[in-house]
Design a protein around this ligand. Structure first.
Ligand code: DSN
Length: 436
């Protein structure tokens, strides 16, 4: 167990869990974690997540709860809401969603009727399950129309997306992705939504930290509804928030009296009611406190330095890979992630290469590439990212070294002695960059 993290009570109570927790601390310490959706939270965020606030039930919203004993948790949730609004420049914030998928479900529940049409990017092109993937609730309860990236450039083709939106007339158009290494033109998405009478929705889970850090354009204030998880580049606890405009510009108030029309136009209220009581029960106040702390941290100038460095690191890493003959989807990156196209070395080898890298102490994930000639269970790509390494304090110099290691392993992914050798070098590098 690391000298800075002790789980004394767990050690005493449950040796089995303590054993794996200790091993996980060591694992996180001595590997290069490069899964782009992960991060190391601050000790303050960690403490809040594990705090006594976990003992409290708080169904409802501040000032309007179903339980007593709310004096402190009401204040905590109010602070979290105000900080979220300030950080993102949003008119309204709901900080209760348990995570990204339930938050997206709440947005659909607030704005759509079963059977309405949604339009999002295909999962195997870099989208998300909840953006209309066929086995997900989002395609079972709603009609799903999916857009792709361009086959040649592997980038968003806004003309094609516009044409599809005009043809299909969806009720909501979703932007925001899990494996897209380029900037997202949120403004254009919103304009297309306006043109076809749809809501615009941005799922900024992957890039929220880059947006508030000023290195990626923001979908606020113009997008109707924005969802982000709080645990990725934003570096908060596991969870999500929904940001929205106050007013529903598409509300149909025909035939309603003044009072009902006012309620119908209230987008903020629709979102809140969809989260609770529509979908969730008691919010996790411990996590809401951790979110509030993370928002405060993200307002500090150091966070802007971190966000800038995340992108600088990804760019240097991408250049190093390219210099070593590795093929990258879209030819590079503008954000925190890189999608490696492994097809020049073999079709469907993503998993094998991910395992080879893990044997060398480099943790990434297999991923489909656009128009993957193989299947999602045996994809031809590998997704890597720089948020965790950047939080550890690594910079361009380290990215060059890591890029060389990754390239060597990819080119010779069956070579176990190479993996063993690099694992030792990885450990030595990790020892120089502690995270707690
Ligand atoms: N599973 C997340 C990711 O790794 O990108 C997205 O929800």
């Amino acid at each position: 167990m690391s000298e800075n993290i002790n789980y004394e009570a767990i050690k005493e109570r449950d040796s089995e869990i303590f054993n794996y927790l200790s091993l996980e601390v060591e694992r996180q310490k001595y590997v290069l974690n490069m899964i782009p959706s992960e991060n190391y939270v601050s000790k303050a965020v960690l403490e809040a997540s594990g705090s006594i606030l976990t003992n409290k039930y708080a169904e409802g919203y501040p000032g309007k709860r179903y339980y007593q004993g709310m004096a402190n948790v009401d204040e905590i949730e109010r602070i979290a809401i105000e900080r979220a609004k300030k950080l993102f420049g949003a008119e309204h914030a709901n900080v209760q969603p348990y995570s990204g998928s339930p938050a997206n479900a709440a947005i659909f529940y607030a704005l759509l009727k079963p059977g309405d049409k949604i339009m999002g990017m295909r999962l195997d092109m870099g989208g998300h399950l909840t953006h209309g993937h066929k086995v997900n609730f989002s395609a079972r309860f709603y009609k799903s129309v999916q857009y792709t990236v361009d086959k040649e450039t592997q980038m968003l083709d806004m003309d094609e997306i516009r044409k599809l939106a005009i043809k299909e007339k969806p009720k909501i158009i979703i932007s925001g992705y899990t494996a897209y290494p380029r900037k997202i033109p949120f403004k254009e998405f919103h304009e297309i939504a306006m043109e076809v009478g749809a809501y615009s929705m941005a799922d900024i889970s992957h890039i929220a930290g880059l947006i508030v850090g000023g290195v990626h354009p923001s979908p606020l204030p113009f997008t109707d509804v924005v969802m982000t998880t709080t645990h990725k580049t934003l570096r908060g606890p596991r969870g999500a928030i929904i940001l929205s405009k106050k007013e529903d510009r598409l509300a149909n108030v025909d035939g309603l009296d003044e009072k009902k029309a006012k309620l119908e136009k209230n987008l903020a209220r629709k979102i809140d009611r969809a989260v609770f009581p529509g979908l969730q029960g008691g919010p996790h106040i411990n996590v809401i406190a951790a979110k509030a702390i993370a928002f405060e941290e993200a307002m500090k100038p150091e966070f802007k330095d971190y966000a800038r460095q995340v992108v600088k690191n990804a760019k240097v890493l991408a250049e190093t890979l390219l210099d070593n003959g590795i093929k990258l989807v879209t030819g590079g990156t503008d954000n925190h992630l890189i999608l490696i196209d492994l097809t020049p070395l073999g079709i469907g080898i993503g998993k094998e290469v991910a395992v080879a890298l893990e044997n060398a102490g480099i943790v990434a994930n297999m991923n489909t590439i656009p128009y993957d000639p193989s299947t999602p269970f045996k994809p031809s790509g590998l997704r890597i990212g720089t948020p965790l390494l950047t939080t550890r304090g690594m910079k361009e110099e380290e990215m060059k070294i890591i890029g060389e290691w990754i390239s060597k392993i990819i080119h010779d992914y069956k070579n176990e002695s190479l993996q063993k050798k690099i694992k030792q070098e990885v450990k030595e590098l990790c020892e120089r960059f502690s995270f707690y």
